[in-house]
Design a protein around this ligand. Structure first.
Ligand code: SF4
Length: 387
C-alpha cells in the first residue's frame, strides 16, 4: 500500500452533550489508561500489517481528543512512528478540540505529532445556543482557541449546529456571521439531528444515563424548527458563506481557497483509510469494517488481536455514488463505470433520472451534481440509489 489516511478515535469527553450520539465515554472512565494503551497497540499493529505505509493525512476525532494529557498524546505519536513510514510527512494532521480544553502544553504536545489543523466544536457562538445544546463551554472560549491556534500557524475549522430548540433565523444568521468574523479557513454547518433510540455508547457512561438523555431529546425535538425552517437556515448559511468567500465544497462543509479538509475529502472520494479506536470505521481494499463502540468490547477485541468487524451489507458502488454526490464536483458517471462497472453505472444513472423534473440534480454530459435544492433534500436522492 503506497499511502493511507488514518483516523484515530479518542472517545473521552469532560461531560456528555445530550444531543450527541457519537462513540463517547467519560474522561474519568476507569478504562481510560487501558483504552489508550490498546489504541496505541492497534495503531502500531495495523500499520505494520499494512506494510508501514506513508500517511497522507491523520485525523484525531472523538469524543474530545484535545483533552488528552501531553504524555498520552506522546504515546499515540510513538505508536504512529512505529506503525507508519516517517517520510514523507502527512500533508494534514487535524485534532478535534472542545474550545474550553485547549492550553499551550496540550497544543505543544499535538504539534509534536505534526499538527497542522484544529477543528473546533464551537456549535454556537451565543450563550443561548450553547445553553440550548447543553454545552459547557462559553462563547468567549472560541475566539481564544482560534487565537491560540493562529499563533502557532495552524489552520482552523469551526463547526456550527443549526436548528437547536427555539433558535430563530436571526440567531442562526448571527452565529454564522460571528464565526465568519473569526476568519476560520473552514466551516462545517450541521442540522441538529436527534437520535431517539439509545446509541451503542450509552454503556460507556456510568449508569447509562439514557433516561435523562431521552427526556432531553424528546423535549428538544418538540421545540426544533420544522424541515422548512431547517431549509431556510441552510440557505442563510449558503448565501452568507458564499458572500464571505467560502466554497461550498460538500453538503455540510465550506472552505477558503485551498483549505478543504484533505482527510474528510478521502472519505468523500471513497479513498483508503484506516480507522482505529472504539466505533472507528475503515475502508481498505474496497472493504468497509469497524470496531465496536462499547469500550469493554473494543478492549476485548483489540487485546486478543481480533480483526475488525466487516460491514458485509455495504455496497461499494452505492457508497461511492452517494459520497461523490455530496461534493460540489458531483459524480462523473464515465469514471464511475471504470471503477464500479457498467451495470452499476446504469443502476445509478437510472436512479438519478428518476428524480429528473424535481430540480434536485443537474446533468452536464456524464457528470451529475446536486442543485441547491438537491443539497437540502439530499436524502431523497440518496434513497433512490439504494438497492
Ligand atoms: S458533542 Fe463532542 S464534546 Fe459533546 S459529548 Fe459529543 S463528542 Fe463529546
Amino acid at each position: 500500500m503506497r499511502g493511507v489516511s488514518l483516523y484515530v478515535h479518542v472517545p473521552f469527553c469532560a461531560s456528555r452533550c445530550p444531543y450527541c450520539d457519537f462513540a463517547t465515554a467519560p474522561a474519568t472512565s476507569p478504562m481510560r489508561a487501558r483504552y489508550l494503551e490498546a489504541l496505541a497497540r492497534e495503531i502500531e499493529r495495523e500499520g505494520t500489517a499494512l506494510g508501514r505505509p506513508r500517511l497522507r493525512s491523520v485525523f484525531f476525532g472523538g469524543g474530545t481528543p484535545s483533552l488528552l494529557d501531553p504524555p498520552e498524546v506522546a504515546r499515540l505519536g510513538d505508536a504512529i512512528r512505529r506503525g507508519f513510514a516517517a517520510r514523507p510527512r502527512p500533508r494534514e494532521v487535524t485534532v478535534e478540540a472542545n474550545p474550553a480544553t485547549l492550553d499551550r502544553a496540550r497544543l505543544d504536545a499535538w504539534r509534536g505529532l505534526g499538527l497542522t489543523r484544529l477543528s473546533l466544536g464551537a456549535q454556537s457562538l451565543s450563550p443561548r445556543g450553547l445553553r440550548a445544546l447543553g454545552r459547557t463551554h462559553q462563547p468567549e472560549d472560541v475566539p481564544a482557541a482560534v487565537e491560540a491556534a493562529r499563533s502557532l500557524g495552524l489552520r482552523v475549522g469551526i463547526d456550527l449546529i443549526f436548528g437547536w430548540p427555539g433558535q430563530s433565523i436571526d440567531e442562526w444568521r448571527d452565529d454564522v456571521d460571528a464565526a465568519v468574523a473569526l476568519g476560520p479557513d473552514h466551516l462545517s454547518c450541521y442540522p441538529l439531528e436527534l437520535e431517539l433510540e439509545p446509541e451503542a455508547s450509552v454503556v460507556n457512561w456510568p449508569g447509562g444515563g439514557w433516561t435523562a438523555v431521552e427526556r432531553w431529546r424528546e423535549a428538544a425535538a418538540a421545540r426544533q424548527p420544522d424541515d422548512r425552517g431547517l431549509a431556510v437556515r441552510y440557505a442563510v448559511a449558503e448565501r452568507r458563506l458564499a458572500r464571505a468567500g467560502y466554497r461550498h465544497y460538500e453538503i455540510s462543509n465550506w472552505a477558503k481557497e485551498g483549505a478543504v479538509c484533505l482527510h474528510n475529502a478521502t472519505y468523500w472520494r471513497n479513498g483508503a483509510w484506516l480507522g482505529v479506536g472504539a466505533g472507528a470505521h475503515s475502508h481498505l481494499e474496497r472493504v468497509r469494517s469497524h470496531r465496536p463502540v462499547a469500550l469493554a468490547r473494543y478492549l476485548a477485541d483489540v487485546e486478543r488481536g481480533a480483526a475488525r468487524i466487516v460491514d458485509d451489507r455495504s455496497d461499494e458502488a452505492v457508497d461511492g455514488a452517494m459520497l461523490a454526490l455530496r461534493r460540489d464536483t458531483g459524480i462523473d458517471l464515465a469514471r464511475f463505470a471504470v471503477r464500479c462497472g457498467s451495470d452499476a453505472r446504469e443502476r445509478v444513472a437510472r436512479a438519478l433520472r428518476g428524480v429528473d423534473g424535481r430540480g434536485l440534480v443537474r446533468w452536464t454530459g456524464d457528470r451529475v451534481t446536486l442543485t441547491p435544492r438537491g443539497r437540502i433534500l439530499a436524502s431523497e436522492v440518496f434513497v433512490r440509489l439504494l438497492p
